[in-house]
Design a protein around this ligand. Sequence first.
Ligand code: SGN
Ligand code: CA
Length: 561
Amino acid sequence: MNKTIISVAALSCLAATMQAQKKAAAQRPNIVYIMCDDHAFQCISAYGHAIGKLAPTPNIDRIAERGMRFDKAFVENSLSTPSRACLMTGLYSHQNGQRQLGEGIDTSRTFFTELLQQAGYQTAIIGKWHMGCDPKGFDYYHIYNDQGQYWNPQYRGTDTPDGKYIVEEGYSTDLSTDHAIDFMNHRDKSKPFCLMLHHKAPHRNWQANIKNLGKYDNVEFPMPETFYDDYATRGEAVRTQKMSVTKHMRWEQDFKVPEMLDMNNEDSKDSYNALMGEINRMTPAQRSAWGRYYFPRNRKLLEANLKGKDLDNWKYQAYIRDYMSVIASVDESVGRVLDYLDKNGLTDNTIIVYTSDQGFYMGEHGWFDKRYMYEESLRTPLIISYPGHTKPGSVCHKLVQNIDYAPTFLELAGVKKPQEMVGRSLLPVFDNGDAQKQWRSSIYYHYYDYPTYHMVRKHDGVRTDRYKLIHFYGKGGLDAVPENKYQGIEGTNENNTLKSLISIGYFEPKDNAVNYNELYDLQNDPHELNNLYGKPGYEKITKQLQKELDAYRKAQKVDEY
Ligand code: SGN
Ligand code: CA
């Protein structure tokens, strides 16, 4: 054989290998990860809850019809940036550094998207990133400023000059969806892609698109049976929160009744300014459409002069109606993404994940917001369709957690999970659902962000299939400030937030130090009204759960509890 023949043979062999590699790469699934901000599972019709039934989400339900609904999906720390840090690293909060809202993720940790990139994926994130650092491991990003805005939001990214924020005219959910579809249209078709679409919606203060204002005004949403929970069996950490729909939601900012402004009240002025900040962002056309809906509604409210339970119900309806009107746009967004995948022949080779950064209280225990380890905020919606793996219309009851996403996506990409990642790939669960034998029997939870908005005390705990043990701890009120990383440091965002909360009287009266446990039997008491800790007959289960909790603390090197 002469030299030329050998090199031609070698070249064609190399070409065949490359072709095979390309084919294998092409067969790895695309990943479409859609995450909302504060979307309660109660508000997705596929979950069968009363709210979802009255305000259906047909497009999100399409994912459930094709795939698997997870009924025991949890976060590790029910707050935005901590949850996003769990997602990116597959690590618990104390390991990835993002324990509190403004603390900052440890950027020396590997983000799963970096590994996907190395494995040949094209990666993108659009919408709410929220973390202090730049997105790491993304070919394309187009992200909001901090929490983002509903109207005419600011975005910056790989496609904005000098990485500066630019205002885009329109409604944020629609705009982010446009960018997501644009990314898919212009993607590198020789590579699999991972698209993360992170909406601002339905975060406080629930600003609906103009076309959806008043969408549910004729619907009367039933109040949850725990709306008037008196917290009788529990410790004091549950009484000192500021998350009550009737007491702590703000007239101006949350209920959008600027007519309630009281110039002698600092909290009212702050709330009015928050609302005005948003109204001033609107174009004249958006603003007048907004006023055309809210002003007559407010006039009617003020004339009615409601009191007691009638007023409570007005507040509850206003909250849920605005929230669900915001969800209408989210559902439309999901429909647009699914249609795009269908029309472009991508559905069969794409895993689609729909979830939220945490759960949310829709009036349960009288609350809005999240943070607590009680079910509605600990639990997050999770619906996954992965053709050929998730059985259409299936429901999974395994205990899964947001630290599991990174290992799952890495396994899909054929990448070995780094040893440090504590989360577990969900692939065996997709294939076998509840029949999967080798799975965890409990999850660990830890919340750290106190004292701040909503005044939820620090706590950690374990949840098994049936029971939950929670430990509340820490100094009370401003005494807890020195224990936090940035709050006491002049010039930081945490310190500025702290000062503004002090100025509106947020820390009065002062909380006490706490150090106690709660125990719930979720089978007999799904609403968690009956704290069993210390009750006769529960010694054995308490001991078991305490052992489990101690094991997590020790194995995962938790340094604060
Ligand atoms: C803001 C909200 C809080 C909310 C946090 C965290 N206040 O501070 O109600 O709990 O975000 O939300 S607001 O007056 O600014 O709306 S998170 O989803 O980012 O964790
Ligand atoms: Ca959130």
